[in-house]
Design a protein around this ligand. Structure first.
Ligand SMILES: NC(=O)c1ccc[n+]([C@@H]2O[C@H](COP(=O)([O-])OP(=O)(O)OC[C@H]3O[C@@H](n4cnc5c(N)ncnc54)[C@H](OP(=O)(O)O)[C@@H]3O)[C@@H](O)[C@H]2O)c1
Length: 238
């Protein structure tokens, strides 16, 4: 059984391209209104063009997640355009150049953690209270199945932090009708995943949005693998 998200407002960070664009499309096919986010409004044009063919409302919010001010600007813009949101899909993230773990600088770790962890935490803090008021919400944080690649430790450790934060937040919000889960898309051919990755970006649907469509009172604090849901029925594809 899946829950209806028709008419709900969803923020998908990093939805100008790649996996985030697929998530935006998947949610819109289920009837959700979507806030498309990236660092520039221009970059959102292609995603918006696809969404314009679906009967949902779309807003664009531009802002850097690599600075505290940029994150606050994203939050402010959303409050002005939409107010509270119902679905927070923390997808945006950066990776890094591979380099020996013992040589990865403090600056690199700070940069990766700002975008992948601190921005995500701040967005949860900003928008969970609105969900608590409505006694309904879905928070999905994008994780990674990356393992045993110390040359990418700043990135992989940031994703481990996302997983732990998700589990902790799920406990704090468990009585408020809000599920908080994390999802691994698989190794996907995007700008981040590169051309040698195993799967096409279209393969992330419907799996990526399964944690959004969970029934009320459904699992929270859990990890999902998008590639496990390729065989789900068409109703999940919208
Ligand atoms: N691809 C994979 O194989 C793979 C595997 C495991 C997990 N993941 C995770 O899946 C998620 C999406 O990955 P992807 O492959 O789709 O990445 P991608 O193709 O590199 O797209 C990244 C998205 O994030 C936005 N973004 C990047 N830096 C940003 C910043 N500093 N501030 C604000 N927005 C920023 C980009 O928007 P603009 O450039 O338009 O600003 C873009 O929309 C990430 O969380 C990633 O860690 C990916």
């Amino acid at each position: 059984m899946k829950t209806s998200i028709s008419g709900k407002w969803a923020l998908v960070t990093g939805s100008t391209r790649g996996i985030g664009r697929q998530v935006a499309i998947g949610l819109a096919r289920q009837g959700a209104n979507v806030i498309v986010h990236g660092r520039s409004a221009e970059a959102a044009a292609e995603t918006c063009a696809v969404l314009s063919e679906l009967s949902v409302s779309v807003e664009v919010v531009a802002g850097e997640l690599s600075s505290v001010e940029g994150v606050e600007s994203v939050i402010q813009q959303i409050r002005e355009k939409v107010g509270d949101i119902d679905i927070l899909f923390n997808n945006a993230a950066i990776s890094q150049e591979a380099q020996p773990v013992l040589e990865q600088s403090r600056e690199l770790w700070d940069k990766v953690f700002q975008v992948n962890v601190h921005a995500l935490i701040r967005l949860c803090q900003a928008f969970a209270p609105g969900m608590q008021k409505k006694k309904w919400g879905r928070i999905v944080n994008v994780s990674s199945g990356i393992a045993d690649q110390p040359d990418l430790a700043a990135y992989s450790v940031s994703k481990a932090a996302v997983d732990k934060f998700t589990r902790d937040l799920s406990v704090a919000l468990k009585d408020d009708g809000i599920t908080v889960n994390y999802v691994d898309p698989g190794w996907i051919r995007t700008d981040m995943g590169g051309p040698d990755a195993w799967d096409d970006v279209s393969s992330v649907l419907p799996g990526m949005i399964v944690p959004v469509l969970l029934p009320d009172g459904g699992p929270t604090g859990k990890g999902y693998s998008a590639q496990n849901y390729k065989m789900l029925s068409d109703s999940y594809q919208g």
